[in-house]
Design a protein around this ligand. Structure first.
Ligand code: MN
Ligand code: MN
Length: 298
């Protein structure tokens, strides 16, 4: 893994972190209005990411649109024909990056508002609210996990144990700490002046996610980063979608296959439980200062 780049916060960096939060939140709001029965995942992803770029920022990762038993990491391929169907439980996950300072936020909705999964959706939005209430400088990781687990269990679902929140560094979406969705006994603390994401996942199944089919999300990750290469110049060390290479390289599929072969990039498989299971997610980015807690995506 690439080492986390420690963030020295100053007023200008805090401003960038907040702006990344604001645009990331707006992008999530936009995506929510675009998801509809019969609409293609490709259109929703392209329009949402276009909004971020037209705002002068970059997506901090491709729009994730993970459906039903998929928990995360589905983004459409170029020209993807997949469409939303009434009753689909869709996790929408997006963020924005300003100069490498990132936001990351997510919500879940049921396509066509059939209302069959309202409890599952509420379980994670309420768990997130409860977690935000306990976040302060030097709170233990286990305290946050305990709150999330308590709320999700009270709704009659299982927290997903092998997915969770994380620290966010500059150009580094998953840095340092891992914040689980249950009390894992971790007495490490959230340090003042850190940026974190909290993301409860609730499942109607066992609450353990496995790697599914290869996805369309990739990231530079290797011992030698080619700083002259197109990937670093376009996306730095943040995750990117294969469709983002369209028009930038001649044959994106071959380009990615060769970079994987040279171990310059990694690919993210779709994360899922067994078919028939439904999963919900909610997520915010939080700037924990020594004297203040700012939810940047609220
Ligand atoms: Mn996310
Ligand atoms: Mn996240």
């Amino acid at each position: 893994m690439i080492k986390a780049r420690f963030m020295q916060l100053d007023q200008d960096i805090i401003r960038k972190i907040k702006e990344a939060g604001r645009i990331g939140k707006n992008a999530l709001e936009l995506a929510k209005t675009l998801v509809a029965p019969g609409e293609s995942l490709f259109n929703v992803a392209e329009k949402t990411e276009k909004y971020i770029v037209e705002s002068g920022l970059k997506p901090s990762f491709p729009l994730n649109l993970s459906i039903n038993n998929e928990a995360a990491h589905y983004t459409p391929s170029y020209g993807d024909q997949k469409v939303f169907r009434t009753g689909d439980v869709v996790k929408i996950d997006i963020g924005a990056s300003l100069d490498g300072y990132c936001s990351d936020n997510a919500c879940t909705l049921e396509v066509g508002e059939a209302g069959k999964h309202s409890d599952l959706i509420d379980a994670t939005s309420e768990a997130l609210k409860a977690a935000l209430k306990v976040v302060r400088p030097n709170v233990t990781i286990s305290k946050i996990g305990e709150k999330i687990e308590e709320v999700i269990l009270s709704f009659g679902f299982r927290p997903v144990k092998n997915l969770g929140g994380h620290g966010i560094g500059r150009y580094d979406l998953h840095s340092s700490i891992f914040i689980p969705n249950y009390d894992d006994g971790n007495m490490d603390t959230v340090r003042p002046n850190s940026l974190i994401a909290i993301e409860p996942f609730a499942s109607t199944g066992i609450g353990m996610i496995r790697n599914g089919q290869p996805g369309n999300i990739f990231m530079l990750d290797g011992p030698r980063i080619d700083r002259e290469g197109i990937i670093y110049r376009e996306f730095n060390t943040l995750p990117f979608a294969s469709r983002w290479l369209n028009g930038k390289v001649n044959n994106p599929d071959r380009f990615l296959r060769e970079a994987l072969g040279r171990k310059e990039i990694v690919s993210f498989p779709v994360l899922k439980e067994h078919s028939g299971v439904f999963i919900s997610q909610a997520e915010h980015t939080i700037l924990v200062l020594s004297d203040d807690v700012v939810v940047t995506t609220l």
